[in-house]
Design a protein around this ligand. Sequence first.
Ligand SMILES: [Zn+2]
Length: 137
Amino acid sequence: MADYAKPLPYPSPETQPFWDACKRHELSLPYCPTCERFFFYPRKFCPECFNWDIEWRTCSGRGTLYTFAIQFRPQMPGFTPPYVTAIVQLDEGPRLMTNLVGIEASPEAIRCDIPVEVVWEDVTDEITLPFFRPVAS
Ligand SMILES: [Zn+2]
């Protein structure tokens, strides 16, 4: 873990509950009880109704691949191409930017709308990142 060379997120007061849940290997998202819906990225208030009385709820960690891009050129030190950047459509509604793992990084292997599930990578003592892999069929 000490050799992790990629950029790390800097948790803010708004995102700290998200990262704390990641550390527990739980995907937790902000939820508005007035709108009865999740939202993401984390904010202190609901982006639909501006309710500040939001909750954090644990999600299934399941969704579908909304879109992806295969990266063939290293953008920064620590990245080993090819790798797959992706947006996952979570079953609970919001979309999450992530990496798709556990599948060959080729356009022949990856299709939009495939079912995916979260997997966890403990990259430092403080930070665990949520990645997604295809659900075994
Ligand atoms: Zn709301």
